[in-house]
Write a protein that binds this ligand. Sequence first.
Ligand code: ADP
Length: 162
Amino acid sequence: MELKTAVYPGSFDPVTYGHIDLIERGLEVFDRVVVAVAVNSEKRGLFSINERVALLQEIFASEKRIDVVSFRGLLVDYLKQGGYKTILRGLRAISDFDYEFQIANMNVHLYPEVDTVFLMTSQKYFYISSSVVKEVAQYGGDVSAFVPDNVVVALKNKLEQE
Ligand code: ADP
């Protein structure tokens, strides 16, 4: 039987329990999830692409059904190269919907075979976003309820460096 793979793209700057929850739930639906960290020249992140990938790899080191990669350029080009046809995305608030709807439609325009599957965020993680985590961490707040330990440590190190 053909393995069903979904590509879960995002910034992951840094990965949060919201992302992790989505990936784990994605594995209930798909055989494999490729977590794809986007190299986006417009958005300068707190963490480098390699740091984001390394944090994700550490978290999913024992999960063989998850691959962590980075990609540059258009997501659809990455999908075409790998022969992937399914994008996984999370939906939090209504405010996510408009943006996601635009992107999903653009991706179909560029690559008609592609489909985007949305999973609703778990209620528990509804309010978690990478940007809020970064902001709280920047002012010394405790973010250990929102991100795993390796990210807590990485945030601390990164912010001390700055
Ligand atoms: P992007 O810059 O592409 O939005 P993010 O890393 O912010 O990248 O998010 C990647 C994906 O993860 C998006 O589909 C987003 O909706 C989803 N996501 C982010 N935070 C959560 C959360 N707390 N619960 C569920 N999904 C989330």
